[in-house]
Design a protein around this ligand. Structure first.
Ligand SMILES: *Cc1c(COP(=O)(O)O)cnc(C)c1O
Length: 410
């Protein structure tokens, strides 16, 4: 059963208050992303305050590019990591001088040229061909480009879901090609290499495992720098700090991680290096929730289904990860119809959306105390890779409202 007595966070209280006031004023079923800007500010400030000396935190925009969120985050982080020219432009829309990193596989000549003209801080180069093209394009523009070599490591990596490296993937330069890249760089008058980029894991939940990964990266970068005579000023260790959707009360131990990272850098790092993080999920997941009102509750073949206003076309994350997304039910008191209200008490319930596919499920067979038509299912930690990765136009349902909540006055 869901715990009933846990104290509500300030952020959840704000969201519940918004839902109650919405439902009191508007009789259209609620369907909205709720972004708590005060919670976002609190979290990002804490993340930044823990960073050891010599470290920087960039925000990986693809996790959530909502303009209000971007403006808020942009005020606290060292810069923005982007993976398309569209994102580069949005980043520069936050503030003209905000430092921007530009990575991702398959950059076109046009994208590279614009990024060089816009003076992004680093291009993350993903292949030898791309390195040759950056030199060619920078030369034709009469400019210089600063690059990091994105490397796909050989050998096993500490456990995490969704690995981008340490195995065959479309990302980065095979570790065995660094020598060839160094050779090309020596003949490139318009490309300045600043170091390496290593984004290998996603949703890492274990701070100790992540520290081991950092130690592995540090050793590798020293080895390459020495072997290929490459100067290193920046080591970009990627993002991938996770969010524990299974147990929101046991988050990644960022403070402890930073403390130990500081020691690790003192012992094994190099004072000439800047260590750069580019986190998406960890920065924004917690400030967002997807709120969807229950339109119907019914029993089919002995199982209970609650159909909500919305679904995976707004919030594809649970379907994409095949997990039950954590939620709470915000009960509604009023009932507008002259006939009885349907619901289920102390049952396992499947939360489904409005789409005509059995895959439109946000959580499956989760025990609840009570769920009734008119209640709102509040999916927590939906601020990253929620709206952004969803197929919004499938079935042409209306989009959710995007609501930004601020600190309340009380
Ligand atoms: C997606 C991505 C990130 C951010 O990943 P999170 O898991 O959201 O922290 C950082 N760097 C690169 C290269 C990425 O592709």
């Amino acid at each position: 059963m869901m715990p009933a007595a846990a104290p509500l966070s300030a952020s959840e209280r704000r969201m519940r208050r918004f839902i109650a006031s919405y439902q009191a004023e508007d009789n259209r079923p609620l369907c909205a992303y709720l972004y708590d800007l005060a919670e976002l500010r609190r979290h990002v400030k804490r993340v930044m305050a823990c960073l050891p000396p010599g470290c920087e935190m960039f925000y990986a925009m693809k996790a959530n590019a909502n303009p209000r969120l971007l403006r808020e985050i942009g005020a606290h982080v060292h810069g923005i990591e982007t993976a398309s020219i569209g994102e580069v432009r949005k980043a520069r829309g936050i503030r003209e001088d905000i430092p921007v990193l530009f990575g991702g596989p398959g950059k076109t000549d046009g994208e590279l040229a614009e990024a060089i003209r816009l003076q992004v801080r680093h291009l993350h180069v993903e292949s030898l061909h791309e390195l040759r093209r950056v030199e060619h394009i920078a030369a034709s523009l009469g400019r210089r480009a600063s690059v990091l070599l994105r490397v796909n490591l050989r050998g096993a990596l500490p456990a995490a879901t969704l690995q981008m490296g340490g195995r065959p993937t479309q990302f980065g330069l095979d570790e065995q090609l660094i020598g060839q890249a160094a050779e090309l760089l020596r003949g490139s008058a318009h490309v300045q290499v600043e170091g390496f980029h290593l984004h290998s894991v996603s949703n890492q939940l274990d701070a100790q495992a992540h520290l081991q990964l950092m130690e592995h990266y540090i050793a590798k970068v020293k080895e390459w720098s020495h072997a290929f005579n490459l100067p290193v000023r920046t080591v970009n260790v990627g993002g991938g700090i996770g969010v524990n959707y299974r147990d929101l009360d046991s988050p990644f131990e960022w403070e402890a991680f930073c403390e130990q990272l500081g020691k690790l850098l003192q012992e094994k790092g190099d004072p000439a290096w800047k260590l750069v993080f580019e986190c998406g999920r960890f920065l924004v997941a917690g400030c967002g929730a997807y709120a969807a009102e229950v339109l119907d509750v019914k029993e089919n073949h002995g199982e209970v289904f609650a159909i909500v206003r919305g679904g995976t076309h707004h919030f594809r994350l649970p379907a994409s990860w095949q997990h039950n997304h954590p939620f709470v039910i915000v009960a509604r008191r009023e009932w507008p119809y002259p006939f009885p209200r349907t619901g289920a008490v102390r049952r396992a319930v499947t939360i489904a959306g409005q789409l005509c596919t059995p895959k439109d499920v946000l959580a499956r067979q989760v025990p609840v105390e009570e769920i009734r038509i008119g209640d709102v299912v509040l999916f927590r930690h939906a601020g990253a890779y929620g709206w952004e990765i969803s197929h919004h136009e499938f079935l042409s349902h209306p989009h959710p409202e995007m609501i930004c909540l601020e600190e309340d006055s009380e």
